[in-house]
Design a protein around this ligand. Sequence first.
Ligand SMILES: Cc1cc2nc3c(=O)[nH]c(=O)nc-3n(C[C@H](O)[C@H](O)[C@H](O)COP(=O)(O)O)c2cc1C
Length: 149
Amino acid sequence: MAVLHLLVGTTSGNTEFLADTISDELIEQGFETELHYEPELEALPTSEPWLVLLSSHGAGDYADSMLDFYDEITAPQTPDLSDLNYAVIAIGESSYDTFCQAGRHCDERLQELGGTRMLERLEIDMLQDDPEQKAAQWIPSITDALKAL
Ligand SMILES: Cc1cc2nc3c(=O)[nH]c(=O)nc-3n(C[C@H](O)[C@H](O)[C@H](O)COP(=O)(O)O)c2cc1C
């Protein structure tokens, strides 16, 4: 089975913790993962699936570790991601008008660039949800999607 690449967009570490937890669980279930803490488009194979975990900062901006990635996917010379299968977990707080805006943007942008969304975006509200519990409930959807590739 293909390697799942986890792209981690974090400023203060919450999303990194969540990505590590999800990766550990997937490995336990027999999947192979690779974590990218500062993802660079050039280093990411588009023939293998991606799981983007991205928190919003500023006014709906990408978290620090994915600011370069944002520049890469919005540059005038845009990449062709037509081989790509991906899913997004968006992290934020519902007190912001721009709730989960970075994850929503990334999800739409990857699709615009030709990627195929494997499943609906998961949005985690750090004010209301238990992130690990919500992710654990969602893991069967991603494992099913990966098995179907
Ligand atoms: C300065 C600041 C700005 C934020 N802006 C947003 C925002 O625009 N939308 C949102 O949904 N959450 C926003 N958040 C909430 C963060 O996404 C949330 O705290 C998240 O857990 C941070 O994840 P991280 O530790 O992986 O960076 C903001 C948090 C901070 C501290």
